[in-house]
Design a protein around this ligand. Structure first.
Ligand code: CUA
Length: 352
């Protein structure tokens, strides 16, 4: 169910933990994970049942007639010359009309319910920002952010305000039965009421460029008591080793899709060898960069890395394809997080 199809394993940030996947019922279907299931699955199975009923009825009458009334000899006269039966025609017009009206009303009711968030959901408002090719989440009444991973409390209606900073994306959570386009220049919203704890996927369901297929996020539905510990902001940086460990987990969330740490070339330059260790000190490497169209040599240091995170276009590595590739800017990334990333980059020089 949650298996990821053919992807470069080096580029997968995570896979959903099968132990946390919901148990399927006897028919291999998901349990009711969200309040939207009544609208979506209920209507789907109703439509499905109607289709099966009419398929059996029509094919049954057809086969019966073929067998019973087929012409047995060449000159056999017609069994009947009746061409119309008004009561029968009224019945087979009115009954299907009633059935499709039920489908319409059911669907319209579900559509309205999914479109207009109840008050409780709009009081529990998250923000999901889509950009090529990642998701950034903001929490209600909380200044911190998380990337490609979000935590929401179970059994509490939740609303996501959706924003795109570049092209069309779509917020698609099949396990919660919700999907909404994310449109640049417009705030869209989506709400649902998660009923069971677990880990679920959020996909981008609108083709948005090269790495569209890797634009997914993990959604943790957790108990309120777990949510209150703010699992998205477990940041330890008291010692250099702790800062490096926090930096490494942030690297995996937001940097690993474009920067390797083992020297493998990718969308962006590898972080390997940015610093070397001399005694107790980390010494930055020399690097050719292009700034304002001019080539120059700089020494990698904290200020250069900070600038490259906040304003990546300022100095670009003077090497193909890095000169032409554009990096996503993180102008609002907190200082302690930038420090953690730098500490992790330095720790790569430690003898392992
Ligand atoms: Cu974003 Cu597809």
């Amino acid at each position: 169910m949650f298996a990821l199809l053919t992807q470069d394993p080096a580029k997968i940030n995570y896979v959903a933990d099968p132990a946390k996947a919901p148990t399927l019922d006897a028919f291999g279907q998901l349990p009711e994970l969200a309040s939207t299931f009544g609208h979506v699955d209920g209507l789907f199975y109703f439509t499905y049942a109607v289709c099966i009923f009419f398929f059996v009825l029509i094919v049954g009458v057809l086969l019966f007639s073929v067998v019973k009334y087929h012409r047995k000899t060449f000159d056999q006269p017609a069994a009947s010359n009746v061409t119309h039966n008004t009561p029968l025609e009224v019945v087979w017009t009115v009954i299907p009309l009633i059935i499709v009206m039920v489908m319409f009303a059911w669907g319209f009711d579900g559509c309205m319910d999914m479109h207009y968030a109840p008050h409780a959901a709009s009081q529990n408002q998250f923000k999901a920002t889509a950009k090529q090719w990642s998701w950034t989440f903001n929490y209600p009444n909380d200044p911190s952010q998380s990337f490609n991973e979000v935590w929401i409390p179970v059994d509490k209606p939740v609303q996501f305000v959706l924003e795109s900073t570049d092209v069309l994306h779509a917020f698609y959570m099949p396990s919660m039965r919700v999907k909404r386009d994310v449109i640049p220049g417009r705030l869209q919203t989506v709400w649902f009421h998660p009923k069971k704890e677990g880990e679920f996927h959020l996909f981008c369901a609108e083709y948005c460029g090269d790495d569209h297929s890797r634009m997914y996020a993990k959604v943790h539905v957790v108990k309120q008591s777990v949510y209150d510990t703010r699992p998205w902001d477990q940041w330890k940086d008291a010692t250099p080793a702790e800062a490096a460990a926090s930096g490494e987990s942030l690297y995996k969330q937001i940097c690993a899709s474009c920067h390797s740490v083992n020297g493998t070339p990718s969308v962006g330059p590898s972080w390997k060898g940015m610093f070397t260790k001399q005694g107790e000190n980390y010494v930055g490497r020399q690097r050719e960069v292009v700034e304002g169209g001019a080539k120059k040599t700089i020494t990698v240091d904290d200020a250069y890395i900070t600038e490259s995170i906040q304003k990546p276009d300022q100095k670009k590595v003077a090497e193909e394809p890095y000169v032409k590739n554009a990096m996503t800017a993180f102008p609002t990334l907190e200082e302690r997080k930038i420090k953690g990333l730098i500490q992790y980059m330095k720790s790569l020089a430690d003898a392992k």
